[in-house]
Design a protein around this ligand. Structure first.
Ligand code: AMP
Ligand code: MG
Length: 419
């Protein structure tokens, strides 16, 4: 097939075919297969938020460590209720009285205080006369065990509290603290080098001159790396010449993962591709997605390199599709696919072209589930519609047109690995 036709596809029976384009579902597993899970490090709890546990954590303690009161009230023997009881002591949280509850007596107790010897239930203060002059009237009958938190009812000593592979959410961090684990073994976060390229790029604090545009990819991609849980090493911009790109790429290969943007299409000054090919086998994929398409991948000196397209939205979308799952795998996460929801599309969307499209959308929850509405023009350089989106509407290649009311899936964008 001639290259122009291959590039733009051709119509056959009313449908456009791209025989040389690779479906995302083929490319992604090939890439992820070659991404390593990183080594394990031991970290203080709070430095491990968002990382993945690399050990089975078995508790050596009971949580709670002793039976205690779930309410402010009176520790009693259930058989003595209802009735008038003599208050023989006070038990505050963190303190232990040596007085026991015996027949006809009660101990005033605070939430979290150890259940005194002899008591088997706690009557909340609301179910009493509040006690006056050394005695308390219990209005109703309490069952044995009422309002008592038993030793080990959350975690028993010897129990697996968190399995290896757990994502350390705030709750998981709290659970580890609750069983007396100040440090944990987790998979390391990857250092992700990031390299933009192009003679046209100037920073947001530099003057624009003829022919120059602002570099936005260094910013979007660094922000995405952080959000994905990676440690960004921003290498700035390599200019469109072999020496500058070589220097920057070699620097980038010292990281755990190198992400580059631009310079892998078929333009005359696309030297990125050439430099990467010098370093080993580069797979240049033309993926059947929109936006996106040219994505290159290779492993050089043990470092995976993912080259994203230059257009600002294409690079962001390809980051979500390829780089985010790669970072998740490096960090030992079990789930590599993004969260999706089923949505009812509210707009009419033209998807002719035979490619799977990821369109910028706002997903909202309504009375009948989630709905999706496009956020504006979908050109691959239009960042405003990306900035307004909270999801990517996933339109299958076979679907030439989406009609209002159609059900599709949308990838949610505001998930975060808690950096
Ligand atoms: P290329 O892949 O080099 O052909 O770039 C494709 C398009 O993306 C061109 O319009 C570039 O100017 C643009 N582009 C490349 N890199 C960046 C960047 N870092 N920030 C914003 N736009 C970029
Ligand atoms: Mg370029």
């Amino acid at each position: 097939m001639d290259p122009v036709r291959a590039h733009h596809g051709h119509r056959e029976g009313g449908r456009v075919h791209f025989p040389d384009l690779m479906p995302l579902a083929d490319a992604l597993p090939r890439l992820l297969d070659q991404i390593p899970v990183l080594d394990v490090e031991e970290r203080p709890l709070l430095n491990a938020v968002g990382q993945t546990l690399a050990e089975d954590v078995v508790s050596t303690e009971n949580v709670p460590p002793f039976p205690n009161s779930g309410m402010d009230g009176f520790a009693v023997r259930a058989v003595d209720t209802p009735g008038e009881l003599r208050v023989v002591a006070d038990q505050a949280a963190g303190h232990v009285t040596d007085v026991a509850v015996s027949r006809g007596t009660a101990i005033r107790i605070m939430t979290g205080a150890a259940l005194p010897e002899g008591a088997d239930a706690v009557v909340p203060v609301e179910d009493t006369d509040g006690s006056s002059g050394g005695s308390v009237r219990i209005h109703s009958s309490a069952a044995a065990g009422a309002n008592v938190r038993q030793a080990g009812e959350d975690v028993r000593a010897g129990q697996l509290a968190l399995p290896s592979g757990s994502l350390l959410s705030p709750a998981a961090i709290g659970l580890l603290a609750s069983i007396g684990r100040p440090r944990v073994r987790v998979f390391r976060r990857p250092v992700v080098a990031l390299l933009a390229s192009g003679d046209e790029l100037v920073g947001p604090d530099e003057a624009l001159s003829p022919g120059k545009i602002r570099n936005s990819n260094s910013f979007t991609l660094e922000a995405q790396i952080r959000q994905a849980g990676g440690i960004p090493r921003n290498l700035g911009v390599a200019r469109d010449n072999l020496d500058d790109i070589r220097r920057h790429v070699d620097e980038g290969l010292r990281a755990d993962l190198l992400v580059t943007s631009a310079g892998v299409s078929v333009g005359d000054y696309d030297y990125m591709k050439q430099v990467l090919e010098e370093r080993g086998e580069l797979r240049l994929w033309r993926i059947a997605i929109r936006p996106g398409r040219p994505v290159a991948f290779g492993v050089f000196q043990g470092t995976p390199v993912i080259s994203l397209p230059g257009n600002p939205v294409s690079s962001m979308v390809c980051f979500e599709l390829f780089v985010r799952p790669a970072i998740a795998k490096m960090m030992g996460q079990g789930r590599l696919d993004p969260p999706t929801v089923e949505v009812t599309v509210l707009d009419r969307v033209d998807n002719r072209g035979g490619r799977r499209s990821f369109m910028r959308a706002i997903v909202e929850r309504g009375e009948n589930g989630y709905s999706a509405r496009l956020t504006g023009p979908q050109g691959s350089g239009i960042l405003t519609s990306m900035a307004r989106a909270n999801a990517l509407l996933d339109i299958p290649a076979e679907m030439d047109e989406v009609s209002p009311g159609d059900a599709l899936r949308a990838i949610l964008l505001d998930w975060s690995a808690l950096v």
